[in-house]
Design a binder for this molecule. Structure first.
Ligand SMILES: NC(=O)c1ccc[n+]([C@@H]2O[C@H](COP(=O)([O-])OP(=O)(O)OC[C@H]3O[C@@H](n4cnc5c(N)ncnc54)[C@H](O)[C@@H]3O)[C@@H](O)[C@H]2O)c1
Length: 333
């Protein structure tokens, strides 16, 4: 069976799903079933590929279709039993970050994926940039001890997304929904995070009705390997002032990662590796390939649970006003 023979469904046909659909179409893969609580969105996806069944409830979709894989692209609060049902039906799962808003739901996903031995991939696409992978290789080969990590997501309220983004009970806040990419990148490059201490507040968007998440946040990290780090986020940057990335200082190297490139500094030399791949294309292509070739995936559901746990630890620290261990949050049931 080749990639183009796979029967694929979508749950959630909004902004990021359209992006994934484009990647699949460019791989000559045509999904056959589309589900969105907003029927018109699912219909427009079906029209885009020329045909396809339309659903407003994924339970119906899993009942009626025999799928090989599903792309789950729903907002954080909407995650319930869709991964568990997919796994029970032997459907491989591509899921966008964050995988859920609580550890129990995340664990139910991990357990089902393991029990039914289906493949999973979480959409932490920053790991797919070629510059990031080259930087990681440099870190492992010649970086030496890691000392300091500084990450940042200084942006704005995403305009294309529905009103759920600004509500804590729906998105989890910027740290859980968006800055999760930087926490995941920090884990990918520098190893596991042991404790998090958070200061965050709503200071700059107090005039926006219904805005219940942080608009400024600082997260102090201690990595298991002893390194210290800080990640900050805001959704109140000026349109011209956004900056997203991660810097690392090790014994022998210094790294600076952005969505454009990875810079590696060593002594008096600096190398800039411009990213040359579309990371969304890479993740979609590799996931399909792992299904066809029956190989392990690079970012299985366990990785999504771990990064979720770190960001939920950040929120827990803010609530308790004290540093919190990631393992404590991860052990929640
Ligand atoms: N990796 C990335 O770069 C990236 C970028 C954007 C969004 N995302 C993630 O993707 C997810 C979706 O974000 P988006 O920007 O596409 O949001 P969106 O609001 O544009 O689209 C979400 C869609 O899901 C539908 N939906 C909600 N509940 C549903 C349910 N129970 N069943 C079926 N459909 C349902 C909505 O009607 C909507 O069409 C979020 O978790 C977000 O964090 C990832």
């Amino acid at each position: 069976m080749g990639m183009t023979d796979l029967k694929i469904g979508f749950i959630g046909c909004g902004g990021i799903a359209a992006h994934h659909l484009n990647q699949l179409i460019s791989l000559s893969v045509k999904p056959i079933a589309f589900c969105d609580i907003d029927r018109s969105r699912a219909s427009s996806f079906a029209q885009r590929v020329g045909a396809g069944s339309v659903y407003t409830d994924y339970h119906d979709m899993f009942e009626k279709e025999r799928l090989d894989a599903v792309w789950i692209c729903i907002p954080p609060f909407a995650h319930k039993d869709e991964v568990v049902i997919a796994a029970e039906k032997n459907v491989n799962v591509f899921i966008e970050k964050p995988i859920a808003l609580d550890i129990a739901t995340g664990k139910s996903m991990v357990n089902a994926i393991r029990k039914y031995k289906v493949k999973s991939w979480v959409g932490y696409h920053w790991r797919q940039y070629d510059g990031v992978q080259r930087a990681r290789t440099a870190l492992m080969r010649e970086g030496g001890r890691i000392g300091l990590i500084e990450g940042y997501w200084w942006g704005w309220i995403p305009s294309t997304i529905g009103g759920w983004w600004i509500k804590r009970d729906m998105s989890g806040g910027q740290v859980v929904e968006q800055t999760t990419h930087i926490f995941d990148l920090a884990r990918f490059l520098c190893g596991e995070i042991g404790t998090v201490y958070t200061e965050m507040d709503t200071i700059l968007h107090v005039d926006i009705p219904g805005f219940t998440i942080e608009d400024v946040g600082v997260f102090t990290l201690r990595f298991v390997n002893g390194a210290v780090g800080v990640i900050s986020n805001t959704s109140a940057a000026q349109p011209i002032g956004g900056t997203v990335g991660l810097k690392v200082v090790t014994k022998n190297l210094q790294l600076e990662i952005s969505s454009q490139s990875a810079k590696i500094y060593k002594g008096m030399e600096s190398t800039e590796i411009r990213h040359s791949v579309n990371p969304y294309f890479e993740e979609d292509k590799k996931f399909l390939k792992s299904i066809v070739e029956n190989t392990d995936t690079e970012i299985p559901i366990e990785e999504g649970l771990r990064t979720l746990a770190v960001t939920l630890t950040a929120v827990e620290s803010w609530r308790r006003k004290t540093p919190v261990k990631v393992e404590e949050v991860l052990s929640q049931t």
